[in-house]
Design a protein. Structure first.
Length: 145
């Protein structure tokens, strides 16, 4: 498994241990992790703190040229909000742990020139399946259902 996807999974596990939704993300530039995050909607009482948004926030302010060399890793297919942020900053590549549980606007993101790679990682799938079985209401809230 890719070390950066493993780091995103580590973030997802942190979120789960905190009582949140097990989705994690890392932002990589020039082979180094510059931002880490996990879904903190529950922990912070937030409407928007998905894993990717937490990751972008932890990376801090970056130059446009930095984002254009970045790769965003997420354990789950990014939603419209998180994909929109990647589009806004022209991040060229997104690596997704799995998209069976939830599929964001991947085709649209590709149509805008971003490379999207889906790892279909078993650990990512199992984290989400176990969580949804135990917390269906919280999961539905997270995806706006």
């Amino acid at each position: 498994m890719d070390n950066f996807l493993a780091a995103a999974i580590e973030e997802a596990r942190k979120g789960l241990a905190e009582g949140g939704i097990p989705i994690g993300s890392v932002l990589v530039i020039d082979g180094k992790i510059v931002g880490r995050g996990h879904n903190r909607r529950v922990q912070r009482g937030s409407t928007i703190l998905h894993a990717e948004m937490d990751c972008f926030e932890s990376a801090g302010r970056l130059k446009a040229s930095d984002y254009r060399r970045a790769c965003l890793y997420s354990t789950l297919s990014p939603c419209d909000m998180c994909s929109g942020t990647a589009l806004l900053y022209k991040i060229p590549k997104i690596v997704i742990g799995e998209n069976r549980t939830f599929r964001g606007p991947e085709d649209y993101v590709r149509s805008r020139g971003i490379e999207v790679e889906v790892a279909d990682n078993l650990e990512c799938r199992e984290l989400m399946a176990d969580f949804i079985t135990r917390n269906p209401r919280l999961w539905n809230e997270d995806i706006g259902e």
